[in-house]
Design a protein around this ligand. Structure first.
Ligand code: ADE
Length: 224
């Protein structure tokens, strides 16, 4: 899978993308993640990517031209399944959406900035608008990083234990059950007996019950 991220602040996510599991996924050739610096796609001598908004409102707006240039350049190289724009007024990102996007071959993520982008970009170039939550970030870079992380870790072979992505919280609309490691007794804080029993069916049942109880207590909305 390939993800192309268009941004005015590549340095904000570069380190993140080249660490840990995302780095390993790229080193193994399972994911290709490419950053594109929007200012490289202007013809403006000052390399401006924003301008004043019509209508006198405050703030700056991202211009159409560099964004269209960059998207057209990428589209001339390969076909894209979706061209995503990160924005707080988009549809809410979720685990099912990460699952769905992880099945795509090529994605573009355009990071929003300033007051917004010229709405015509959203009307004519963008195929999907996604928010990572009901709060406003200074830009879309963190949203792009969050989505890329959630998507890439689902690709086959990225996480060594294939089961572990499937047993994540949210995969079945349940929060994950608690997990423990050695020692079984730490200063009197004990690991639940059933997990030490070796009885597979009982352990499975305990995990399911715990997942259900935690979800009921912490995220009852997921059970509706
Ligand atoms: N840009 C600013 N805030 C955002 C959010 N919550 N989700 C996605 N992109 C954003």
């Amino acid at each position: 899978m390939r993800i192309d991220i268009i941004t005015v602040l590549p340095e904000m996510i570069e380190g993140f993308l080249n660490c840990s599991i995302l780095k390993r996924a790229q080193d193994k050739g399972l994911a290709e993640i490419c950053l594109h610096y929007l200012r490289d796609f202007t013809h403006d001598k000052h390399r401006r990517v924003d301008d004043y908004p019509y209508g006198g409102i405050a703030g700056m707006v991202m211009k159409i031209e560099p964004i269209e240039n960059c998207i057209n350049f990428l589209k001339s190289q390969r076909e894209y399944d979706d061209i995503i724009f990160t924005t707080p007024d988009g549809e809410q990102f979720s685990q099912p959406m990460a699952n769905e996007l992880s099945l795509k071959k090529n994605l573009i993520i355009l990071c929003g900035h300033f007051k917004g982008i010229d709405y015509r970009i959203r009307e004519h170039l963008i195929t999907r608008e996604i928010s990572i939550g009901d709060y406003v970030l200074t830009g879309g870079e963190l949203a792009a990083a969050v989505m890329t992380d959630a998507i890439v870790r689902l690709l086959p072979g990225v996480i060594s234990d294939e089961q572990s992505a499937l047993s994540d919280s949210f995969q079945d609309n349940l929060l994950a059950p608690p997990v423990y490691t050695r020692p079984a007794d730490y200063k009197g804080w004990k690991v639940p007996e059933v997990l030490l029993s070796g009885h597979e069916a009982k352990i499975l049942e305990w995990n399911l019950n715990q997942a259900y109880e935690r979800t009921k207590r912490l995220r009852p909305d997921l059970l509706k």
